[in-house]
Design a protein around this ligand. Structure first.
Ligand SMILES: *Cc1c(COP(=O)(O)O)cnc(C)c1O
Length: 394
C-alpha cells in the first residue's frame, strides 16, 4: 500500500513505540503518587515537558498536555474569549480556511454573541497583514490564524501577525498542528501567545497533544479535579503517550532539514509530472507551503471517485480534509481560495512523509493520469466540456 495521506495522520516511528512501551509495563506508576513507581512516571512527565518546550523555544511551565489538536484549539479559543467577555471585548479575527476545530468553536461563540471576522486567504492561500490591521477593532480580544493549512499546506506570515497583535495588545493563537515537527517553530521569535500541537501529525501517537500558553495568558480551567497540568486540566496523565509525543517531536526536529529537503524533491516531482494533465490547477502558493504537501484540482471529475479508484490501485490519498471527507460538500478551504464548486469537487491531496519512497511517487505519477483519464471518459459532464457545450473553467 502507498500511503500519501500524512496530513490526515502518520505512522508512529519505531523509536517512539520503543520509548512508550515501558510506561505500560515496567513503570506504570501514577505521576501523582509519592512512591518510587510514581516518581519515575513524574520524572518522565517533567522530561517530556522540558523537551517539548525546548523544541518550540518555550518554558516548561508554558506547556499543557491535552488529548490532541482539537482540544488545544478549543481550550485556547474558549479561554481567551471568556476573558474578553469579562472585559466587554467580543470581537475575534480568524481566517476563512481554518481547521473545523477552530471554525466550529468560533461558530459556537458567534451564537453566544461574539462577532467573528473571517480574513480572506486569496488565491495563493495566504492572508494579507493589511487586511488584519484593517480588521482590528477596539473590542478585538483574539486573533486565531493557523500556521500551515491542512489541505493546501500554505504557510501564513505568523511572525508578522504575532508582531501586529502584540503591538495592539491582542492575544494571538495559532493552530500549528500541521507545522510543528515539519517547519521551524519558535514561539518567542514569532510572538505567539497560544499554540496548538498534535502528536499524530509527526509520527507520534494519536490522542495526545499540547497547548502552549505563554506565561500570564488567562487560561481557564478545562477539567476540574486533581492538580494535574497546573490545576487546569485534571486527570491522571497519559505518560506513555506524552513520552511518545515528546520523543516523536525531538526526532522530527532533529531530522527536519534532511526530511524536508527529500520530501520537497519528491513533492515537486509530483507537481512537475501531474500538472501535465490538461485542465488541471495547482492549489495554493508553490513556495510558501509545507514541503510534503501536494494539492491539485482536475476539471470534470469528482475527487471522491478519484480517491476510491486510486484506493483500488493501493494508493491512499485524500480529496479534502479527513474530517469532511464523509460529506460531499466541497472543501471550505478550496472554496476560500476561490475555486468554483465544480473544480473544488475534483481535488486531490497527496501528503508525503519520511517513509515515502521515490518508487511510490513514480507509481503515483503513472497511476493518477490513467485514473483521471478514465473518470473523464465516463463523465457526461466532461463530454459536454469537450464538445464545447459547457466552457472549461481551467
Ligand atoms: C489534525 C488537525 C487538527 C486536529 O488534531 P487532532 O489531534 O486530530 O484533534 C487540528 N488542526 C489541524 C490544522 C489539523 O491538521
Amino acid at each position: 500500500m502507498i500511503y500519501l495521506d500524512n496530513a490526515g495522520t502518520t505512522k508512529v516511528s519505531k523509536n517512539v513505540i520503543k520509548a512508550m512501551l515501558p510506561y505500560f509495563d515496567d513503570v506504570y506508576g501514577n505521576a501523582s503518587s509519592l512512591h518510587t513507581m510514581g516518581q519515575i512516571a513524574k520524572e518522565a512527565l517533567d522530561k517530556a515537558r522540558e523537551d517539548v518546550a525546548k523544541s518550540i523555544n518555550a518554558e516548561p511551565n508554558e506547556i499543557y498536555f491535552t488529548s490532541g489538536g482539537s482540544e488545544s484549539d478549543n481550550w485556547a479559543i474558549m479561554s481567551v474569549a471568556l476573558n474578553g467577555l469579562k472585559k466587554g471585548k467580543k470581537h475575534i479575527i480568524t481566517s476563512s480556511f481554518e481547521h473545523h476545530a477552530v471554525l466550529d468553536t468560533l461558530n459556537k461563540l458567534e451564537k453566544q454573541g461574539f462577532e467573528i471576522t473571517y480574513l480572506p486567504v486569496y488565491k495563493n492561500g495566504i492572508i494579507k497583514i493589511e487586511d488584519l490591521k484593517n480588521a482590528i477593532k477596539e473590542d478585538t480580544c483574539l486573533v486565531s490564524i493557523m500556521m500551515a493549512n491542512n489541505e493546501i499546506g500554505t504557510i501564513q506570515p505568523i511572525k508578522e501577525i504575532g508582531t501586529t497583535c502584540r503591538e495592539k495588545g491582542i492575544f494571538f493563537h495559532t493552530d500549528a498542528v500541521q507545522a510543528v515537527g515539519h517547519i521551524n517553530v519558535d514561539v518567542k521569535e514569532m510572538n505567539v501567545d497560544l499554540l496548538s500541537i498534535s502528536g499524530h501529525k509527526f509520527h507520534g501517537p494519536k490522542g495526545v497533544g499540547v497547548l502552549y500558553a505563554k506565561k500570564g495568558i488567562p487560561l481557564q480551567n478545562l477539567i476540574e479535579g486533581g492538580s494535574q497540568e497546573n490545576g487546569k486540566r485534571a486527570g491522571t496523565e497519559n505518560i506513555a503517550s506524552i513520552v511518545g509525543l515528546s520523543v516523536a517531536l525531538k526526532e522530527a526536529v532533529n531530522e527536519m532539514n534532511k526530511i524536508a529537503k527529500r520530501e520537497k524533491t519528491l513533492r515537486d516531482k509530483l507537481f512537475e509530472e501531474l500538472k501535465k494533465i490538461p485542465h488541471s490547477v495547482i492549489n495554493g502558493d508553490k513556495e510558501q507551503r509545507l514541503p510534503n504537501n501536494f494539492n491539485m484540482s482536475f476539471e470534470g471529475i469528482e475527487g471522491e471517485s478519484l480517491l476510491l479508484l486510486l484506493n483500488d490501485y493501493g494508493i491512499c490519498v485524500s480529496s479534502g480534509s479527513a474530517c469532511t471527507s464523509k460529506s460531499l460538500h466541497p472543501s471550505h478551504v478550496l472554496l476560500a481560495i476561490g475555486l468554483p464548486h465544480e473544480i473544488a469537487h475534483g481535488s486531490l491531496r497527496l501528503t508525503l512523509s519520511k517513509y515515502t519512497t521515490e518508487k511510490e511517487i513514480d507509481e503515483t505519477i503513472k497511476t493518477v493520469p490513467l485514473v483521471v483519464d478514465y473518470l473523464r471518459k465516463m463523465s457526461p459532464y466532461w463530454d459536454k466540456l469537450e464538445k464545447g457545450e459547457i466552457k472549461h473553467v481551467i
